[in-house]
Design a protein around this ligand. Structure first.
Ligand SMILES: N[C@@H](CCC(=O)N[C@@H](CS)C(=O)NCC(=O)O)C(=O)O
Length: 230
């Protein structure tokens, strides 16, 4: 049983299934924190509506509401959740400033290097006014380089660090987006097996279930809107 350092804040996570906000869903589940999930239908453009713009001016998920205050940026949200429940082991306790910086390096690698690259693979048309194929090709090259680094990194322990951390879930999200966009992981054995290893964690399985439920909820909401539309 884990405990918080202080009173548990009221938490609401803005999420879209399949988006990088799934890492925050995992973190909240793994930490055992109570929270509300608020779905933002990115596929229907809800992120561009003024109501969501008031929460996330860039129209992005994740956004976490903490006692009425907005926190954006995935790496910051994961770091915050880990700090609320240090005993949950989202990050191993750093034994030196260098180890603490390496945790941040893992999050920055996923958010700063991998995320834009897999976005270029999955949605190249959103990055250029020109030929999306050029963006896709270049993103595939960059992805090959970054995923090679990640795969080598996993060689020692099977995880990004010496032991499991939330960085592995963030990495796995990028792998899943790239795979869905057609990137071939057959030359990346450790990344290929990452989801199976993560699936041994109950919070990871719960996150996948929440993704399924969220997809079903959004489908129902869209069907209901289509019915009332003239
Ligand atoms: N820098 C942000 C990026 C978040 C981001 O790009 N989220 C995507 C989903 S994976 C999004 O909300 N996209 C909506 C859009 O661009 O319209 C973070 O790390 O939290």
């Amino acid at each position: 049983m884990t405990t918080t350092r202080g009173p548990t804040p009221e938490l609401t996570l803005h999420h879209f299934p399949g988006a990088c906000s799934q890492v925050c869903v995992f973190a909240l589940e793994h930490a055992g924190l109570p929270y509300q999930l608020r779905l933002v239908d990115l596929a229907s453009g809800e992120q561009s509506q003024p109501a969501y713009g008031a929460i996330s001016p860039l129209g992005k998920v994740p956004a976490l509401i903490v006692d009425g205050e907005v926190l954006t940026e995935n790496a910051a949200i994961q770091t915050y959740i880990a700090a609320l429940r240090p005993q949950a082991g989202l990050f191993p306790e750093p034994r030196s400033p260098l180890e603490a910086a390496r945790l941040q390096a893992g999050l920055s690698f996923c958010g700063g290097a991998l995320h834009p690259t897999v976005r270029g693979l999955a949605n190249p048309q959103r990055i250029t006014d020109g030929d999306p194929e050029g963006v896709r090709r270049k993103s595939a090259e960059l992805a090959a380089k970054s995923f090679k680094v990640a795969d080598q990194r996993l060689a020692k322990s099977g995880w990004w660090l010496d032991t499991f951390s939330v960085v592995d879930v963030y990495l796995n999200w990028a792998v899943s987006v790239a795979r869905n966009a057609g990137f071939d992981f057959s030359g990346y054995a450790r990344l290929e097996g990452l989801q199976a290893r993560l699936s041994e964690l109950p919070a990871f399985r719960r996150m996948l279930e929440i993704e399924e439920q969220s997809r079903a909820t959004l489908a129902q909401q869209r069907a209901a809107r289509a019915k009332v539309a003239p």
